[in-house]
Design a protein around this ligand. Structure first.
Ligand code: G3I
Length: 367
């Protein structure tokens, strides 16, 4: 690392240390106040995803999770492949354990996801056809959403149904659901979910809605058009889930465009949830201090724009600690350095990202 960068880094760090010592009082408060409390103080909900396997085996992590998070979303336990492994059998065991864990620690619980083209079980392709697809979809939603009715804060009813590169004028992704049922599969899913669990907040969830890139703009336009259509025919959609998987050094923030999009969604009388935030760091410098600072800056810059919108009710990160993140497997670094996308490091220590998320909550307008 060139001397000038080291000098910059040292002067930045000394400013940070000075800032921290100046704010000794505040810093102490900041150090001890978990993210769930700082979010709750503003009428917001902070939480994260995790897995039954992890929370049931890693006690230290489970304790930190319950300390920092006010809502839990299973990373895979409520997806078709895990919960509906054969046509007439539903495996509720891991999901039930997680809802008990959440409620036992005063956490809300949210479901992910009732309709998605990903994580479909092997039997799906051999069994589902245009004659039985609606009956199978309705049975799945009625059974799964019915089973957790009254225990769930919100459901990602439909996930990732928009994909403009597939060339449709409505921007819909060419999935087995679209092929077998047509665009109406989205309406069918939301109506069935509302019937099975009238209390749950029903969410349309998608990614690539945050950046300045042209592709993100196309996705925002297509998602907005979908939400407008659903609302115009009275389909019971209550919120938009913005995944916010950020690519460090790639995704660029255009706060004007993002603010306008959030306002357009809010004007449809919809709530907004940040459902899967994390920062892929494979394109960022290897130096941990520099990398953590850049990752923290991305969290703070993004959340300070998003939390300005009163329709935003919750922020979830796609994991809490670098010890457990899908990015280790799916977006590893070329230099094989461990990835650092989340608020806590692999030893469960609070990182600059944790501070940044906390500060964004502290500075957010009260709901
Ligand atoms: O459970 C099996 C295990 O029995 C088997 O030994 C192992 C062998 O590969 O696979 C395990 O299943 C894996 C599952 O995660 C549970 O860990 C699947 O292979 C793997 O594909 C699956 O990956 C998940 C992926 O969605 C697909 O469902 C990731 O953990 C999860 O982080 C990721 O999350 C998605 C959101 O649902 C939607 N938005 C994007 C986000 C990131 O891709």
């Amino acid at each position: 690392m060139g001397t000038s960068i080291v000098a910059d880094e040292l002067s930045h760090l000394s400013n940070q240390i000075q800032e921290i010592s100046d704010r000794k009082g505040d810093f102490t408060v900041i150090r001890n106040t978990p993210l769930r409390k700082r979010a709750t103080a503003k009428g917001l909900i902070y939480g994260a995803t995790s897995q039954h396997r992890i929370l049931s085996s890693d006690k230290k992590f489970a304790a930190r999770f319950a300390q920092e998070c006010a809502i839990l979303v299973p990373e895979g336990e409520l997806k078709w492949r895990t919960i509906h492994p054969s046509p007439n059998y539903f495996n509720f065991k891991p999901g039930d354990w997680m809802v008990e864990f959440a409620h036992a620690h005063g956490m809300l619980f949210r479901g992910h996801t009732l309709v998605w083209h990903g994580s479909l079980p092997r039997w799906f392709a051999d069994t589902v056809n245009s004659r039985n697809v609606e009956q199978i979809l309705l049975k799945h939603i009625t059974t799964v959403a019915g089973h957790y009715a009254g225990k769930i804060h919100s459901w990602d009813v439909v996930n990732e149904a928009i994909h403009p590169p597939h060339g449709r004028t409505d921007g819909l992704r060419n999935t087995p659901w679209l092929q077998l049922l047509g665009p109406n599969y989205i309406d069918i899913a939301f109506r069935a979910a509302a019937k099975a669990d009238p209390q749950a907040l029903l969410v349309y969830n998608d990614f690539g809605l945050d950046g300045a890139a042209y592709q993100d703009e196309l996705r925002r336009t297509a998602v907005l058009k979908l939400l407008e259509r659903l609302k115009s025919v009275g389909t019971p959609v209550h919120a938009l889930g913005i995944q916010a998987h950020w690519w460090g050094g790639v995704t660029r923030l255009d706060s004007g465009k993002l603010k306008a999009f959030l306002r357009d969604v809010a004007d449809l009388d919809l709530k907004i949830m940040i459902t899967e935030m994390d920062v892929t760091d494979k394109k960022l410098p290897k130096d941990v201090i520099l990398r953590d600072r850049i990752v923290a800056g991305i969290y703070e810059d993004y959340l300070s724009v998003v939390l300005d919108e009163p329709a935003v009710i919750a922020v979830l990160t796609w994991g809490l600690s670098d010890r457990y993140t899908w990015l280790s497997k799916y977006q590893p670094r070329k230099d094989r350095a461990p990835v650092r996308p989340l608020p806590l490091d692999a030893q469960l220590n609070r990182k600059l990202a944790w501070n940044a998320i906390g500060r964004a909550f502290d500075n957010a307008p009260k709901r």
